[in-house]
Design a binder for this molecule. Sequence first.
Ligand code: TRP
Length: 328
Amino acid sequence: MIKERVLSGMQASGRLHLGNLVGALQNWVKLQDKYDCYYFIADWHALTTGYENPSALHDSVNDLLVNFLATGLDPEKCTIFIQSRIPEHAELHLLLSMITPVGWLERVPTYKEKQQELKDRDLSSYGFLGYPLLQTADIIMYRASYVPVGVDQVPHLEISREIARRFNHLYGEVFPEPEALLTEFPKVPGVDGRKMSKSYGNAIYLSDTPKEVEHKLRTMITDPARIRRTDAGNPDLSPVFQLHRIFSTKEEQDEVAEGCRTAAIGCIDCKKVLIKNVFKVLEPVWERRERLMNNPGELKEIISTGTEKARKIAGETMTRVRAAMGLY
Ligand code: TRP
């Protein structure tokens, strides 16, 4: 039986954290058994906002690659590659730019939102405007059935579908319209209670040492109204409890919630349980990281095999695209 194809990518800007693990990677790992999965590192996308800092780009790509594997993506089951190693993405991006009205790109909500968010950078570039177009090229290149993404990426999927439709209308049916495979996951709070994000400085990174993880969790904020050990707390107001909901068993959740409400346990007791459970998830990641770090040859090998496999499909797609558009 032929498995349906799944494609997804992650932008290489910054190290991966627990939010990325729970929100995306764990789901990617699950999908690799059921689908023919292609996962890639979007390094060109990182340049749309991070073009002034190439050394950071290099570090991020490495971090992503190592963590993709450390969290359980298996190169025997899925294909892992790096966007910039497949120049066909750039060619398709260029050809799609011929048929994409500028207004469509300007109307993608992330365009103005990101400009607002990253006020310190000059994002008036052509490349930044074309972010969703490059993403479209990434997606339709592999003629995938599904694209697992979080809700924040839905507008990008929407424009990908519109562009695929426009291409097919102008030049004949080449691309299936990609479908989002929406990843539902709980909000992962950072150590300050806001959404975990590298830009807030509140993240627990997959590359953090056990000591760092433990320290971050120990000093994490809890119910702000619970000041003294004898005060009763409200777990619903504690970001630590939100993490328990993700990492702890139902029994443990009930126990710490009850203990918090009755002041039977202190915040440190509650955090100890969490630390134990987060460690349970991270320990295999740390072990695999360690092994991979000592084995740079293996990483290179995985990437070149993945790239070769992906490039073959990209080549086939581009042959069809060139023919459809009347190119030699
Ligand atoms: N925009 C995605 C992110 O923020 C990265 C990305 C680039 C992507 N191309 C893609 C995701 C194609 C899914 C499919 O991480």
